[in-house]
Write a protein that binds this ligand. Structure first.
Ligand SMILES: *Cc1c(COP(=O)(O)O)cnc(C)c1O
Length: 400
């Protein structure tokens, strides 16, 4: 019997909407690609994107910059981190998060996750007490949103400033409130595999005047900050503009034009992602070895990827399972590997973090956690094919 295979690439995103392509061509014809290169009376694409994204988020300010990781870096700096300060973060995240903490001069202090891929609140409290950290960079990794009421209560109790990494929760919400509006600052990525695609790019949002003024100056405003799309009262810049270094990391008008065309489709695309997510989830539920995370009714997530665990697989069975799926065209990522590979890594591979921590619960969860992307170029029907292959291969790996 020949086994069925899936042939579409897991890394193929949809095309940029025609309106964005046309606008990008106009920007190129105009030659004014730099965000501060404007004619009299003209508002640059980057500034317009900032206005539109701030309005989408219901926040006062947005800054368009070069990457999500850059936004996280200057968010910490703008929030006032001092050299060597501890910064809490959940241990299941992507490398740019501890990287941003390091870049800002901080020391990552990692917190356990629970089997639903959210931060473990009991461990968070212990680490808040132990570390005395003033900052918590909460990464809503793979779109899993922790109980935000409980997170905020802890932050308040221990006087911790919350910074949200919303790389996978752009368009998502908790109890009807948008992810990214709970903390003091939120950071988003517009790198190709996220919910808006400009190749590379980042967006920072906040309601705080001083944080925004500092973030703008850090991003490299060359004292042209009055051309930014969302601007705190100009007086706020009086001291900040001379006390804050320029860490050059602006977004250009070309990328902004591409993103502006995608933003009006974000909510509709989120619904399209979720149709695919639920179709795959339902198919995987037919196999009782496969454990899917419980998601709170308060969580409106964007199902652009799916995580699951396969019970009781030994390390060699894990290898066989991944290889079996790969042979049939289903590209799984495994967060349990010792060696970091293609967009995955386990926290203990970040060896530059000095005080190495051991997080047994996170290691145990990641040892049998698999992850797959759900690009919108896949149809709902494809989800049945992919789910069937995973189901099959999990059964045969367990027999190996
Ligand atoms: C993609 C990503 C980021 C930021 O990524 P950039 O490549 O710097 O835009 C941050 N956190 C998580 C969890 C991510 O997946």
């Amino acid at each position: 019997m020949t086994k069925s295979a899936f042939t579409k690439p897991f890394t193929q995103q949809e095309a940029i909407p025609e309106a964005g392509i046309e606008r990008a061509v106009e920007v190129m014809r105009g030659g004014r690609l730099h965000r501060y290169n404007t004619l009299a009376g003209e508002t640059a694409e980057a500034a317009l994107l900032e206005q539109e994204y701030a309005a989408y988020m219901g926040q006062r300010y947005c800054l368009a910059c070069t990457s999500g990781g850059y936004a996280l870096h200057i968010a910490l700096k703008a929030a006032g981190i001092e050299p060597g300060e501890p910064v809490l973060s959940n241990a299941f995240t992507l490398a740019p998060v501890p990287g941003a903490i390091d870049n800002a001069g901080g020391k990552p202090v990692l917190v356990e996750i629970n089997p639903d891929y959210c931060v473990d609140l009991a461990h968070l409290e212990v680490m808040m007490q132990q570390s005395k950290a003033r900052f918590f960079m909460l990464s809503h990794m793979r779109g899993h949103i922790a109980d935000m009421d409980a997170v905020l209560a802890l932050c308040q109790q221990y006087q911790v400033t919350l910074i949200e990494d919303c790389a996978h929760t752009m368009g998502a919400s908790w109890n009807g409130k948008k992810s990214g509006t709970f903390g003091k600052v939120a950071c988003f990525s517009t790198q190709t595999y996220k919910h808006l695609n400009s190749g590379e790019g980042g967006l920072l949002t906040t309601d705080d005047d001083e944080i925004m003024a500092r973030a703008i100056i850090y991003s490299g405003s060359y004292m042209l900050f009055e051309r930014n799309g969302t601007l705190p009262p100009v007086g706020v810049f009086d001291d900040i503009k001379l006390d804050t270094p320029n860490y050059s990391g602006r977004m250009d008008n070309l990328r902004a034009s591409i993103l502006r065309a995608q933003l009006p489709q974000l909510d509709e695309n989120s619904a399209r992602w979720n149709l695919r997510y639920h179709a795959l989830e339902n198919r995987l539920r037919q196999n009782s070895q496969i454990q899917l995370p419980e998601r709170s009714a308060a969580e409106t997530f964007v199902g652009s990827s799916l995580q699951f665990r396969v019970k009781d697989l030994s390390p060699s069975q894990v290898e066989a399972f991944i290889a079996g799926c790969a042979t049939r065209g289903v590209e799984l990522k495994w967060f349990g590997g010792i060696e970091p590979q293609g967009f995955t890594s386990r926290y203990d591979s970040w060896r530059y973090i000095e005080d190495s921590q051991r997080l047994p619960q996170t290691l145990d969860i990641l040892a049998t956690t698999f992850d797959l992307r759900i690009p919108l170029t896949f149809s709902i029907e494809d989800m049945g094919t992919i789910g069937g292959i995973i189901d099959d291969e999990a059964r045969s790996a367990a027999l190996d």
